[in-house]
Design a binder for this molecule. Sequence first.
Ligand code: ZN
Length: 684
Amino acid sequence: MLTDSLHTLIPKLPAGLLYGGDYNPEQWPEAVWLEDARLMQAAGVNFISLGIFSWAKLEPEPGRYDFAWLDRVIDLLWSHQISLCLATATASPPAWFARLHPEGLAVGRAGDRFTHGSRQHYCPNSVAYRQASVRLITQLAQRYGRHPAVALWHINNELGCHINACYCDVCAAEFRHWLRRRYGSLEALNAAWGTAFWSQIYGDWSEIQLPNRTPTLGNPTQCLDHQRFVSDGLRAILLAETAAIRAVVPEAKITTNGVFTMKPADYRDWFQHCDVAALDCYPDPTLGLVEVRASALCNDHYRCFKDGLPFILMEQVTSQVNWRATNVLKQPGQMRALSYAALAHGADGIMFFQWRASRAGAEKFHGALLPHAGPDTRVHREVVQLGRELRSLTAIAGARTPARVALLQSWENHWALELPSKPATFDYGRTLAEFHTPLWNRNIALDVVSPDAPLTRYDVVIAPVLYVISPKQADSLRAFVAGGGTLLLTYFSGIVDEHEHIQLGGYPALLKDVLGLVVEEWQPLPPGASNGLRLLTSAPEAPAVPCHFFSEVVHPRGAEVLATFTKDFLAGQPALTRHRFGSGEAYYLATQPDAACLENWLADLLASRGITAPIQAAYGVEVCLRQGTEQEFLFVINHQSDPAPVNYGAWTGSADLLSPGTPVAATEELPGLAVRLLCRPRNK
Ligand SMILES: [Zn+2]
């Protein structure tokens, strides 16, 4: 199982790496389709997402289906050896749906109902939408489910990316049903929600409303449950559409495309119901390495959703998007570099929105594999070059990314942490990035996993701001440390239970014994404010390291103090501690240190465990290892525009799959945006 390729698990997929994008033939006269198929084949495209927004063409009137044009498209693509991720086509209901079922349109937080004229305007819990979707999908599955070209099904599209929570009466009723299933009784709900506060006690289920119109702070547990309900409601669409396909074709394989690591959707949960995880990722080129790292963090999530199984980068853009205030181009070579970065982090498919750039509609300025100016263009030449390269890299398919470090993340923690009325305004995504960045900068692989995941496979676990810790998670972390693992837990962790009720007796409540300390109170630091942190091993004359955002009053109960604060009433009190527990060590960081200090400290900690980069390379050069059964592959990607030094160390003399016949030298100045892909037999 460990090196199964997607092709092994989803046999109708093309062997090797997937390459292609969304194809929307309904935007074009039929005369264009043959040119499309020929150009796709010439570009090395072997996989297409088809029909994502085709509902209105497939079902022009309720119950009247027109599949003749799709028959011709599918046969044309298949005759050019192009396999399909066939969409359920449900992302954008036709105009007749809005006319016949106005109650099926979503309602915004302020109570206003959305209209037809954009996309994804349906209420997630609308019975009419669900029924119309299932009718269409049943027709599609009956007609195409066993077509040799249809390898995978593309469920809906970016579920919840525009409207995740709907505030209509149907959704309110569904929320009450969801709560009944969760709690069983109003007594249990009242206890979980702490409704004794502010006289919120419920005596009848009908009294419970959606949390959209409160004068001030809403009940936090109600808000948290609403976020769980929203994620579950969107997942219900995924499950219903999957069931409609499998009712006709039980062996059908499915996926859906997640959007980055979008907060409203617990993708870790969702993708357990899919055969492969798929990601839409659109880094902003204006932000440089910040967005390269953000993409890497997304990739690390998606690789881990299916326990290391390769994922598909389902959408990216060749050049520029159309939906930011200023839409900067990816510079020449940057699309290729970012595509290899996705492969480096575990993707086995490189896909784009969309094949041919639109003439009309809301995304006509969104980049494509085939730009408005046609095939004789810089962008399309890069597309053809990448396609040619990927065709030669079949050996990579199925290779895994070994990681000895885990970064803990959970949607439950994200939702609870960012509810209002906290000591500070938390941004969980930013905090995760602050702990991911040091490892990315040092080219140390990490997995992003749930606090519920098995941890004993890792040597080091980093848990930033793990605000919610369940007893089971605490036991897992305790066993991990006791068994010899190294845990880094940070400020504002272990504060509440699953109902967002405070764990009494000092923090981090369930892990005080593991950390050997108790946190008594906290002192948030407003924007611009800072404290200082001094490592006790640093020279007395060394300046203190600035730390920001948060500080805490920590009382050691067996933990060794490694660093202290330098200012205010916290001066001299612990900022960083270490506690030996069982065979392992638990570190506690009571503030957010300056990024350089955190990176150096973490790098030293990991090096002391023998965890280092595969080779030495300058800042901005990404180095990632993937391991197959017989071979291993080292991706070396210079994300900067300027040449950067790389020392290939033990990889010197290895073959570069992108420059066959020229073994890599010991050192070089790797040109800007250049990629090397080294290969050698695996030393097992
Ligand atoms: Zn609704």
